[in-house]
Design a protein around this ligand. Sequence first.
Ligand code: ADP
Length: 432
Amino acid sequence: MSPWFDEFWRVVFFTLGIFAIGLFIGYPFWLFLLACLGYLAWHWYNLYRLEQWFSKSKKFQPPDAPGIWGEVFYHFYRLQQRNRKRKRKLGAMLKRFQRSTAAMPDATVVLGANYEIEWFNKAASQLLGLQSPQDKRQPVGNLIRYPSFQHYLTHNDEGRLTIKIVSPIDPEIMLRVTVVPYGDNQHLLLARDVTELHRLEQIRSDFIANVSHELRTPLTVISGFIETMQDTPEFVAEFQRPLLLMAQQTARMRNIVEDLLLLSRLESEGNTEMMGPIEVTELLRVICEEAQVLSGEQRHEICLEADEQLIMYGQLEELRSAFSNLVFNAVRYTPTQGKIHLRWYQDPQGLHFEVSDTGEGIAPEHIPRLTERFYRVDVARSRNKGGTGLGLAIVKHVLNRHKGKLHIESVMGQGSTFRCDFPLSVLEQQEY
Ligand code: ADP
């Protein structure tokens, strides 16, 4: 039965009893009033016990009480028990989580509003030099002072950040730092020791740079001799064709070596060298003329549509190399008298350089791999056209250094569009 039903009948019988006694002794009203005050006092008393139990009593068991108050105490007791159990469970979970993150070899830092350090693990002390408790509540920008990191903190519209930095406490340690936003204006900073990986990358790129450099001189000597022999009239006519082939192949090898050296430079050099305002329209006019020469007998229709006012900050030689690679590719892979359209324009998303052609097109499965070194859709065709297989890899590197992205669209048999997307920030002089 419901406790409220019990309580109701108890009050009814109690009131009737008091009333009967009141009638018997001749003071029904006064006795009734007294009984009401007694009932009220009993509630007050139990409320007081409940409040005391909540605030002071550390006793596990609730106070004893008859009637409805017994039920109330019992329910509170059950609720308290459930909460204690939940608290114990959460506490154990938190301890487990803290122990596992503390054991992680990667530095983990929880950043609150305004990038203040809220919590960090042991690895963060070892890799980033954070110290407890003095670094807690400090803005992380005061402790990790790198231009690109500071730029991210001040322009936090970029979502996620991944950069490579030297450890602030040991210049021998290379770190890959990732900042991921989560929750309500919070960020997680993760730092991983990539010293070994960085060393291997360095060995690989030094090896390519050294090999390319070593090949350069013998190639120059060989092509010099070939040219001399070609220019010597008394050299027998039957050797002229092999000499021509030798000249073509050495030229191809020299192009590959030059492209490899350029790629090594793009990988190793800092980004800030020789940055300046570039009149892209003027640069594109020159590339257009060169493309027309490359097209020669094929008489491609090359047209340029460019916004002359649009001047971007960047590295002239790098951009010349990237843009000309895209335009010369369009000439190479577009049949005779095909159309090539160049566009340099701005829209709310940023600045764009676009090359569209009416060439053979590229099958969709090749598109994601085109920027890999030496990746060609048709190796023989690329070689015949004088390609090195490194052009789009160079384009990708140059764009990365200018915060740009390459976007490729193509329809087989209809043509391709290669678009370089730059953020609006390249309109200003800034630190890259
Ligand atoms: P390559 O020196 O061989 O041209 P790239 O890196 O410049 O090397 O290009 C990689 C491959 O992408 C090329 O071999 C070619 O198959 C394909 N490609 C590049 N541009 C175009 C284009 N405009 N139309 C069709 N295919 C293209």
